[in-house]
Design a protein around this ligand. Sequence first.
Ligand code: HEM
Length: 435
Amino acid sequence: MSAVLPGPRLSAAVQTALYWASPRRTVRRWQAAYGDVIGATVHPMGQVVFLCRAGDIKDLMRADPATFRAGAANAALGGSSSTFSLLTADGPQHTNARALLMPAFHGRAVRAQVEYMAEITDTNMATWPVGRPFALHRYTKEIALDVILRVVMGIGPDRLAEVRAAMLQLSRTESAVELALGSPVLARLLPYARRRERHLADSHRLLQEIIAAHRDDPALDQRVDALALLVGARGEDGKPLSDREIEEQLITLLVAGYETTAAGLAWTFEQLVRTPSVLAKAASAADTDDDEYLDALVKESLRLRTVVPDLSRMAMTDVEFAGHRIAAGSILTPCLDVVHESPSLFGDAGVLRPERFLEDKAANWLPFGGGIRRCLGATFALVEMRTVIKQMLRRFSFSATSAADERFVRRHITSEPGRGAMVTVQARAAVAAAR
Ligand code: HEM
């Protein structure tokens, strides 16, 4: 059992600067130099233990959640100490919130939304520029946001444009700099701070209005959206949840649900246009409703481009883990992307090859994490990605490109394509006529 973790011996300031300049490259360099368990010091997390071995990551996901807390770690990372949000809650508060929200994201509820997902994609595609290169990510964000607004808050077509604009505005004004500063006081000095506060106040007003409308809805018990579940819920004291609790939960669901799915969709096409043989198979699968192939494509895309590259757990006591002594307060960080890109686990790991998910069950496929904190929206996201990709491939032909892979850019917790997933599309009917 080693007491001192292998890792860089540079000053904390230099380690922090190296990490935030490029989390992806830095962890890989440290892994090459120090192995699969690395101790480093990175502000604002403090002592961080990066885990790069699939076995250790699975052990951590199965470990006692009271010893390794996800909520405490997420709160330390995001600078928030709210216990109302699913992401920052631990213990019974987390278990109760999960049980309450689960029905909105599972089985029947998800299947009921497929038609609507396809409809949203069709409406959005009507606005795409045809015949010239454009950044697809902008559009996948709109689609994913429209879908989640419906499922989370029951927003129908009449208010969609207004609510979507407010939410996009809000997420655009956030910045990785703020996250890295980890300080609301310093963040207030940033040049756009006043504009951000105005956007926050506007979206707060809008959310309060939507919550009030739900509370007054005589048909509340027939609604299936997450907000209806939250409004109908009673706490341990038998009282309804406060507007503040509901609002925090809503924002968590919106952010966790839309930026991730939008990035997953953008990466899928960024890779498809660079792999013409898979693009052709995927287009034919879309035409023939071959969901098995499309599901394999979605899984492979989430492997090759891991949208949430790492997770966080806080060690609540001094503890032995992965052959090392870990100090209380350390943040353990499973590096999911390192596992997904490992040749020893996936062979031709750098290649987009959906067939690998038709062949086996992929024991080391972890894009949604695992254990009691596994992504609440995993089933939902997989169905949404398959449905949206199918609609896109049915309507447009995507031109192949020999451009270099887009770089990985970190935004909040997600990894996104650096140029926004540049593509060029032609209407399928036009392509057929020109042949
Ligand atoms: C491709 C899309 C998505 C990816 C890659 C993704 C990834 C993840 C990952 C890796 C976690 C685990 C975090 C941890 O263990 O600390 C997570 C948690 C979570 N995700 Fe997703 N997610 C996606 C879509 C969604 C959607 C559509 C929703 C729906 C609202 C959602 C809601 C959540 C929530 C609420 C949690 C917290 C669960 C908990 O702490 O119990 N996600 N997600």
